[in-house]
Design a protein. Sequence first.
Length: 136
Amino acid sequence: MSAKPQVYQLSIPSSRKNINLVEEFFRSMNGKFNLPDEKLHALLVSVTEAVNNGIIHGNKNDESKYVTLRCTMNGKTLTVKIKDEGDGFKPDNVANPLHEDNLLATGGRGVFLMKAFMASVKYNAKGNEVTMVMKL
């Protein structure tokens, strides 16, 4: 009989000052998950990028709107869903940060980093929820 999946959730108002709450949430969860430092760092980078995108681009810094994180640990798989209340976006329209025209840009690397650090990154049809999977 397999262990029951562990599920944790956090909702934050859409203000960049709340990013520290996200990091605290994952650091406290790591007491249960025991991720090695390298995996925890990759997770924190990916999650904070996704939450920042939800706050800034999705919810337009509107503190009456929330970004919600839902984490499920099931065996050797950690799944993180991050959803905002915005109109969504088309992930295929995000510029490649490695293209020479974008190398000196000050932003635009979040989606790239998420894909680099996670086993999979998928968006819902609307584009306002990302599901990221990390194999442990």
